[in-house]
Write a protein that binds this ligand. Structure first.
Ligand code: ZN
Length: 269
């Protein structure tokens, strides 16, 4: 089984009349479920995410993005009341570990939800739109370490393996039992297998404690017009399979990365 732990919504689910066929098409492409991250609408939240979750049932794990500068703990609670299983944080005006954000994380913890953090480099538009003003320094993996020391045992998914702060991510997921990461986002999969083998099986010895904290994820969009699958999905599946082979990961560990971790994190198992 494989769950895609970081995906986005093309807002076209209404175009997909036959939900069973779409789920079967995804399964044929190697995807048995997705964590669907919805973008915020002002102080409100994307109802689309929940419409999708209602139509596609267990196939979808809904996560809502919180507007970090304006949301308070009550907003986080409302998101969980509505059915979110996790809250996405991205593009903070201050570093993630700034005191002002801790009540948001505390609220996520109170609801036993997952805090999904964009970590590392964030894209910007060619004209440098101010909505992308937050630099990668605010989203370094090191901030997750600092947050866990003040909100202990918070369940965290660090998206994109902290690109390019790969070593920081390695250290953070290894040392915080409730923190996981993934290779979504297009940069990690461009690094060589030589590079990853060195990180996850130094001198040929499998670092199982670190590999076991990774999740399968792509960062592609689902529910596209006409129900067409994103053609980047096979590239990610191939990357993870190559990584498993090159570090000598046993079957149980592959299963953990492909689905077990994410199901456990979001309380689906
Ligand atoms: Zn994303």
């Amino acid at each position: 089984m494989r769950i895609d732990a970081h995906t986005h919504d093309w807002l076209c689910h209404q175009d997909i009349k036959d939900t069973g066929k779409y789920i079967a098409d995804c399964a044929r492409a190697g995807i048995d479920g997705i964590v669907l991250i919805a973008t915020p609408r002002g102080r409100g939240f994307s109802e689309n995410c929940f419409e999708v979750a209602e139509r596609f049932g267990d196939f979808v794990i809904p996560v809502l993005q919180a507007p970090m500068e304006t949301a308070g703990p009550d907003d986080i609670h409302r998101m969980f009341d509505r059915g979110a299983l996790g809250i996405k944080f991205i593009s903070p005006a201050h570093p993630y570990s700034d005191e002002r954000y801790l009540p948001l994380y505390q609220a996520v913890k109170e609801r036993e939800g997952v805090a999904v953090f964009h970590t590392g480099y964030l894209l910007h538009t060619p004209d440098y739109d101010p909505i992308y003003a937050s630099g990668m320094d605010n989203m370094r993996p090191a901030h997750i370490d600092a947050i866990l020391r003040r909100v202990p045992h918070l369940k965290v998914m660090m998206a994109h393996f902290g690109s390019p702060f790969w070593d920081e991510t390695w250290t953070v997921i290894r040392n915080h039992p409730t923190v996981y990461s993934d290779f979504s986002g297009g940069t990690a999969i461009r690094r060589s297998m030589f590079f990853w083998r060195e990180m996850f099986a130094p001198n040929g010895e499998l670092a199982e404690d670190v590999v076991s904290k990774v999740c399968f994820a792509t960062d592609v969009g689902y529910f596209r017009e006409g129900g067409i699958m994103d053609d980047r999905i096979p590239r990610y599946i191939n990357f993870y399979d190559q990584l498993f082979d090159s570090v000598g990961a046993p079957a149980g560990l592959r299963e953990q990365v492909n689905s077990g971790n994410v199901l456990k994190l979001f309380g689906q198992r």
